[in-house]
Ligand binder design. Structure first.
Ligand code: ATP
Length: 362
C-alpha cells in the first residue's frame, strides 16, 4: 500500500527554541517495496516515522495510507495508531520477557479476541515464516538477540498489517548477526510483498536492505533513489559524503566534449564520463570513491586520468589494502586488492575510472 505525504511540518519547542524536526516533507513511499529513511542523528527520521504511525501530531500537512487520509491538519483528520493498520518493530527487542514465544507472538490476536484455534494456527504459520518453528514454549529471555528480533517481527506480522515500520531494529545486534539478520529480513519482506518503511543511520544497512533510499538532512528529504543511484549518481556533496568514503577534489569545468567533461584541478585535468549541466569555468567538486582508484603496474605513459603519487600510508584490512596517496599537495584515500604489490613510501602511477568520477555541484 502506497503512503503519500504532503507538506508535512513538525516543530518541537525546547528551552525557548523552535526545532524544525520536519520541514515541508513531500514524499511518496512506494507500495510493497522496502523503503529506507537514511540520515544523520537528529535529521528527523524517527519523527517522520512516528507521524506515519500516529504517535506524533504534525503541525501541518497530510498523510494518506493507500486511499485513506489518516492525518490532515487542514481537514481536521487524525486516525489513531491502532486504526491505521500498521505493524512496528523497534530498536529494543520489545519482546515481553515474562512471556514465552507463543504468547509474545499471539498477543495482538488475543487482544482482538480471535478464536483460540485460529490464534494457534496463525502463530504456527508466522513462526514457520520467521524460521522459529518449535520455539513456542521457549521463554523470550532465553533467545539470542537475532531470535528475539525475529519474534518481534513475527508479532508485527501476525496481525497482517498493510504496512510495517522499523525503527533501527538491528542496532542492538553485533556486527556479524546484524549482517545475517539484515539478509533474512530482506528475504522475509521481499517474499511478503509488503510496504516496509525502515529508519536507519547506517549506510550499509540502507544500501543492502532497500529498494528505495531517501536521504534526510535537517528535517528535509534531499534525495531519493535506488541504492545504486544514491551511491553512484548523486550530485550532492552531503549525500556522496554520507553514503560512503570518498575523495573530493575541487576544480573548474574546462571543456565538455562528446563523452567526457574535463575538470581542471590541483592534481591536473580529470576526465569525468558523466555529463554535467555546469558550463565551462564553473567551480565543481569531483568525487572519486577509494575503490575506483587503480594502481598501475610498471611505468605507464602519460594518459587520460593517469597521475603519479607517493604512498603515504597502507593498512591491510583483510579483503583489501586501504591507504593514502599524496598527489602533489592533495591526499587521496584508496582501496586496492590485497594482492597488489605496493609499499609505503613508494612512487606509483594511478588511474581514475572516468565512469566513476562524479561531478558534484558546489
Ligand atoms: P536519531 O538517529 O538520533 O534517532 P532522528 O533522525 O531520528 O535521530 P529525530 O528523533 O526525529 O531525529 O529528531 C529530530 C529533531 O527533533 C532533533 O533535533 C531532536 O533533538 C528533536 N526532537 C525530537 N523529539 C523531541 C522532543 N520530544 N522535544 C524536543 N525536541 C525533539
Amino acid at each position: 500500500m502506497e503512503i503519500s505525504i504532503k507538506g508535512l511540518n513538525k516543530n518541537y519547542y525546547s528551552e525557548g527554541k523552535t526545532i524544525a524536526a520536519l520541514d515541508q516533507v513531500d514524499l511518496t513511499i512506494p507500495a510493497n517495496r522496502i523503503f529506507t529513511l537514511l540520515g544523520p542523528s537528529g535529521c528527523g527520521k524517527t519523527t517522520l516515522l512516528r507521524c506515519i504511525v500516529g504517535l506524533e501530531m504534525p503541525d501541518s500537512g497530510e498523510i494518506a495510507i493507500g486511499d485513506e487520509v489518516v492525518f490532515s491538519a487542514e481537514k481536521g483528520i487524525y486516525v489513531p495508531p491502532d486504526r491505521r493498520g500498521l505493524g512496528m518493530v523497534f530498536q529494543t527487542y520489545a519482546t515481553w520477557p515474562h512471556m514465552n514465544v507463543f504468547d509474545n507472538v499471539a498477543y495482538p490476536l488475543q487482544t482482538r479476541n480471535e478464536p483460540k484455534e485460529e490464534i494457534v494456527r496463525k502463530v504456527a504459520r508466522t513462526l514457520h515464516f520467521v524460521q522459529l518453528d518449535g520455539f513456542e514454549k521457549r521463554p523470550a529471555t532465553k533467545l539470542s538477540g537475532g531470535q528475539q528480533q525475529r519474534v518481534a517481527l513475527a508479532r508485527a506480522l501476525i496481525a497482517e498489517p498493510k504496512v510495517i515500520l522499523f525503527d533501527e531494529p538491528l542496532s542492538n545486534l553485533d556486527a556479524k548477526l546484524r549482517e545475517e539478520t539484515r539478509k533474512e529480513l530482506r528475504a522475509f519482506l521481499t517474499e511478503l510483498k509488503i510496504t516496509a518503511v525502515y529508519v536507519t543511520h547506517d549506510r550499509i544497512e540502507a544500501l543492502s536492505l532497500s529498494d528505495t533510499v531517501a536521504v534526510m538532512k535537517s528535517g528535509r528529504i534531499i534525495e531519493m533513489g535506488t541504492p545504486w543511484e544514491i551511491y553512484f549518481d548523486s550530485d550532492r556533496r552531503f549525500v556522496a559524503d554520507f553514503i560512503g568514503r570518498a575523495n573530493f577534489i575541487e576544480g573548474k569545468v574546462s571543456t565538455s566534449e562528446d563523452s567526457f567533461t574535463m575538470i581542471d584541478s590541483a592534481i591536473g585535468a580529470i576526465a569525468c564520463e558523466k555529463k554535467t549541466e555546469a558550463s565551462p569555468g564553473k567551480a565543481v567538486t569531483v568525487c572519486i570513491r577509494p575503490e575506483f582508484i587503480r594502481v598501475l603496474e610498471g611505468d605507464p605513459k602519460v594518459g587520460r586520468n593517469i597521475f603519479r603519487g607517493r604512498v603515504e600510508s597502507l593498512v591491510f584490512v583483510g579483503d583489501a589494502y586501504e591507504g593514502e596517496i599524496r598527489v602533489g599537495e592533495t591526499l587521496l584515500i584508496f582501496r586496492i586488492e590485497p594482492t597488489t604489490a605496493v609499499r609505503e613510501g613508494e612512487e606509483i602511477a594511478l588511474h581514475f575510472d572516468p565512469r566513476h568520477c562524479s561531478i558534484l555541484l558546489n
